[in-house]
Design a protein around this ligand. Structure first.
Ligand SMILES: [Fe+2]
Ligand SMILES: [Fe+2]
Length: 433
């Protein structure tokens, strides 16, 4: 809360200890957090001071100046807290949020799937000892040849164009916001990790999935740092902003919606990392191409697991699952980093997405292809035994990819000027959208 006191007015007023005490009560939470012991001492001091001023029955200049300074300080701190709160908030407003939309009785479905998940989902994880690690692709800082290896890496990456760097940085930042994605999975009813070390199959999956994903941002981050081509401080600020903002994929703590979302997302990241791999090769950076390909392979494995879960849900509850699928598609699958911000560009995510689209890393057509793939993967067209609402959802979802492609075709055919804008991630160099 900001203090609404005007220091100029305060300095001309006669103060009572009551006035000051009320000002003290408006002190910022930051002050309370910073020091509990000393703040109560400070309060006592202020009250004493205020009493003295009141008792002096007139305005002593020195005392009023002290008061003025103290209140000004409080005002400044309160303003600081206000700005701090703003800086955590995303640049765009979050819609009204729906929570816990799955009927409670359906939690039983997920409980009954525990054994199935152990046998069918956990098998898609890789044991740590057989997993690749970022170090397998990076110069070894403990070796004598480290400097030479870094030079080689920089040599290989020097032909990478700025627009590609913007897309790779955006992909890396998306991977780095992993704490948010684990939080999302752990807000889903019936499958969340209740303790942080729960032995249920769902919880084991979520932790191990997170641990596998953690290597993606780690590797891309270290690689980009070593190239010397990007502004790491701006990138790091964007990561901090993004994790602070969270995400709002409209999955409503509902694991039906959540697993449809993750199925879609894993395939989207499989496609985009696959495309950055292809482009890195074209730009002569074979190491980067290998890195992106390796990450894409992980995403594919994760896609297999999540689509299997939804396939099982279609088997157990076809009507509920098709309604959830249609619901998710009507709301649009928002990308996980949709609240991205670098402290400068309020449209950073839109601008990054526009560059990714122009380079063919992730396009509207890919979105429609993913939808088409999932419709086929879950055999949606042949789904039977649905309610009338279920059949409407089935028709909607089955026809949606073609409609998106038709619309995209029309937009592509339109003559449009593409602006060029600066990206802080590459020292404000200009990139065409
Ligand atoms: Fe990933
Ligand atoms: Fe992933």
């Amino acid at each position: 809360m900001a203090l609404k006191l005007n220091p100029l007015v305060i300095s001309c007023q006669k103060f009572s200890s009551l006035h000051l005490a009320s000002a003290v009560n408006l002190r910022s939470p930051k002050l309370i957090m910073a020091s509990t012991q000393s703040s109560s001492n400070g309060e006592q001091f202020l009250e004493l001071l205020a009493r003295e001023v009141a008792d002096s029955n007139g305005f002593c200049e020195a005392k009023s100046l002290t008061l003025f300074l103290l209140l000004w300080l409080y005002q400044e701190i309160a303003r600081d807290v206000e700005n701090l709160k703003k800086s955590y908030n995303p640049p765009r407003k979050i819609n009204v949020q729906v929570t816990h939309s799955m009927p409670p009785q359906k939690i039983e479905i997920f409980k009954s799937m525990e054994d199935w998940a152990e046998k069918n989902i956990l098998v898609h994880l890789k044991p740590v000892e057989k997993s690749w690690q970022p170090q397998d692709f990076l110069p070894n800082s403990a070796s004598e040849g480290f400097i030479e290896q870094v030079k080689e890496l920089r040599e290989q990456s020097k032909e990478i164009p700025d627009d590609y760097l913007v897309v790779l940085v955006g992909d890396m930042i998306t991977e780095e916001a992993l704490p948010t994605y684990q939080t999302m999975l752990n807000t889903a009813d019936g499958v969340r990790d209740e303790t942080g070390a729960s032995p249920t199959s769902w919880a084991v999956w979520t932790r191990a999935w997170t641990a596998e994903e953690n290597r993606h941002g780690d590797l891309l981050n270290k690689y980009l740092y070593l190239t010397g081509r990007v502004d790491m401080k701006q990138i790091e600020k964007t990561i901090q902003y993004l994790i602070g903002s969270g995400m709002d994929p409209l999955t409503e703590n509902n694991p039906y919606l959540g697993f449809i979302y993750t199925s879609f997302q894993e395939r989207a990241t499989f496609i985009s990392h696959g495309n950055t791999a292809k482009l890195a090769k074209e730009h002569g950076d074979m190491k980067l191409s290998q890195i992106c390909r390796t990450i894409a392979a992980d995403e594919k494995r994760h896609e297999t697991a999540y689509t299997k879960i939804v396939e099982k849900l279609f088997e157990i509850d076809p009507d509920g699952t098709v309604l959830a699928f249609a619901d998710m598609m009507r709301k649009n699958i928002l990308m996980p980093a949709h609240l991205m911000y670098d402290g400068k560009d309020d449209n950073l995510f839109r601008n990054f997405s526009a560059v990714a689209h122009r380079l063919g890393v992730y396009t509207v057509n890919d979105y429609a292809d993913i939808l088409e793939f999932l419709v086929g993967r879950w055999n949606l067209e042949k789904l039977t035994g649905l309610s009338s609402e279920g059949r409407k959802s089935q028709d909607y979802v089955c026809g949606l990819a073609a409609r998106i492609k038709r619309m995209d075709g029309k937009v592509q055919g339109m003559d449009k000027e593409t602006p060029t804008i600066p990206f802080s991630w590459i020292f404000n160099r200009q990139v065409k959208l």
